[in-house]
Ligand binder design. Sequence first.
Ligand code: TRP
Ligand code: ZN
Length: 461
Amino acid sequence: MPKAARRTFVLVTTPVALVALIGAAAPAATGSKGVGDPYFPLAGNGGYHVEHYDLTLGYDPGTRHLDGKAVLTARATQRLTRFDLDFKGLTVTGLTVGHAKAAFRRDGQELVVTPRRALSKGERFSVTVTYKGKPGPVKDPDGSLDGWIPTDDGAFVAGEPQGAMTWFPANNHPKDKSSYDFTITVPKGRTAVANGVLRSQRTTHGKTTFRWRQSEPMAAYLATATVGKFKVEQFTTRDGIRVYNAVDAREAAAAAPVLKKLPSVLEWESKLFGRYPFRAAGSIVDHAPNVGYALETQSRPVYDRAPDLSTLVHENAHQWFGDSVSLTSWKDIWLNEGFATYAEWLYAEQHGGDSAQKAFDDLYAKPASDELWEFPPGDPGSGGNIFGTPVYARGAMTLHVLRTTVGDRAFFGILRAWAGGHRDGHGTTAQFERLAEKVSGKKLDGLFKTWLYTPGKPNRP
Ligand code: TRP
Ligand code: ZN
């Protein structure tokens, strides 16, 4: 090789080698822009855990303007020169990390934050974001709306799976759970209902401020700050649970007989699943005809209309299955919806309705071409399928097959061990399968493989 060529070779490779060296010496100190969810790759953020959200909101239903301030208390799980929050739409007017102003830029749903100095691994830090604008919902892969959904008298606020980021900056994935404080100011005559316990309510100068506290850990998608003209009812149950029901007058007559049953439904569910996981409970019955679903917002489900009794049973069953025991991946959604649906079947069975076996048989009779068999519930395939019929119905059928295989004693033992063992935490499908085998002493891999993961209509069990 001639000398000149060799020198060129050296000049070209040296910078490359240097970059490789630096890369090896100092691993990337930026938090990832997602937690690795296959269906929602941008959901959540890597590099930190949010311990607490302190949200201060002012909403004017007339102009639909929201003023917000979010103070997040977080802990770095790695060294961080930069990290992301999920936040979509609203205008950021200020951002500090600790007491220092931090640089930020927007990139789709990512709010990219560069603190003045790097955060060290394990460091506790606060992020304050002030923001404003007219919030609106996001459209999910299945076409439904979630997030901040304006109504004629306020807003229906429900964030599953993505919408939390439409009204506050968040680590927006159920993998990250946090406690929350809400301070929400609305015009006098309107009510702002969030999660947990109402700590105070004060009216001055034509405005009312509601302060709510959700003490037990909560995933961001389960947060609400629903605003409307509501009739309010408050009481404490025999078990000491603080109940707060807020009902739109237009739904009040239809809702009353169902809401009256809430204490007995919670008692029945507590007997079956173990003690109720939160200190607060209740219902938000809105009149939101454009929404089309209810959501198990933590401690207090939100309904788009007066719920029927099975919907009330369903959303409150989610307090154990989905809220207290959270998903680590949206792919596992049957752990939420299959269980809440099976709770409906059990409720009917024990209250003079159809047996769970009858519900199973009626579904099993559907032809192989029915949408029920379109995909297996343990592997929905995409974010657009997570609220599909197989997740709810075949998910519940899976639990019924489990019950008939292991017997009632073991089955209800499994449900209680699941809710109790993962309380205020997380659970995966694999962990559920292992628990079911451990409690029942039976080998169940064939059952789960067939009912959760195999496409098409399974053979009769
Ligand atoms: N998780 C809700 C329930 O079953 C339903 C739900 C929430 C939903 N968001 C949705 C259904 C979006 C369809 C589309 O209780
Ligand atoms: Zn549900």
